[in-house]
Design a protein around this ligand. Structure first.
Ligand code: HEC
Length: 212
């Protein structure tokens, strides 16, 4: 199980965020604050040498900055603004079909490759879904930051609307949960449209191991 270590490493790293998530808005407002500027300087200082073209990855976008400020606990008003802004980024496939090939989706869900300094630039990106989610019941290595997705299609009665909603979730997780810890795979162009369809089919195809 080559990826197991990586999955747990990633899940471990994100667990640190969940302790901040449990802080309520009032506590967050009262706790000793580090200013956004200080945080920014600190993060940038950790990466003194950045590959050309990667500088923007050290700069939070509006949603990330807002979620950091309130420790992932936005007020209902803030949350609504975030989900509206993020919903506006969603692009559905032009042919209207949100489902691809589950076998390809299985590979994407199991791969944590791509987007790292050690990856060759032409490395195919993976979704690393298993770092945070249980999916196929036969897979023993998975993280638990996200809910179990075992039987996801079956639980949603393989409905077309649910499949479309899941495509939107994969495209931009923060369109439905303002400060979600799930990456925005489509909005950031990390996964291609075809990859999003394939991984969605892994959730929704009747033949996919996820639904067995
Ligand atoms: C870094 C952790 C992380 C990764 C990686 C991740 N997710 Fe998630 N996911 C979450 C969390 C946390 C939630 C619950 C909060 C939310 O709904 O945004 C979630 C929610 C979901 C949901 C909604 C479940 C429901 O409530 O109906 C789906 C579907 C989903 N993820 C699919 C995926 C797929 C497929 C991948 C891989 C392409 C993936 N996730 C990768 C963390 C992650």
């Amino acid at each position: 199980m080559k990826l197991a270590g990586l999955r747990f490493a990633v899940a471990g790293a994100v667990l640190i965020c969940t302790s901040a998530m449990s802080v309520n808005a009032e506590d967050a407002a009262n706790s000793p604050a580090i200013s956004s500027a200080e945080l920014d300087t600190y993060v940038k200082g950790m990466w003194p040498h950045v590959e050309p073209g990667w500088e923007s990855r050290l700069t939070q976008d509006e949603t990330q900055a807002q979620c950091s400020r309130v420790r992932n606990n936005p007020s209902p008003d803030e949350a609504q603004k975030i989900t509206e802004r993020e919903t506006a980024t969603i692009r559905y496939p032009s042919d209207g079909n949100v489902l691809g090939y589950w076998r390809e989706g299985e590979k994407i869900a199991s791969s944590g490759k791509g987007g790292q300094f050690s990856d060759a630039p032409d490395t195919q990106h993976g979704g690393n879904c298993y770092a945070c989610h249980q999916l196929a019941p036969g897979e023993v290595a998975f993280g638990t930051l996200g809910p179990s997705l075992t039987g996801y299609g079956k639980l949603h009665e393989f409905s077309a609307d649910a499949a479309r909603a899941a495509y939107a979730k994969l495209f931009n997780a923060q369109a439905s949960v303002a400060c979600s810890n799930m990456p925005r795979f489509g909005a950031h162009g990390f996964l291609t449209e075809q990859q999003l369809k394939d991984v969605n089919a892994y959730l929704f195809d009747r033949e996919s191991p996820v639904n067995k």
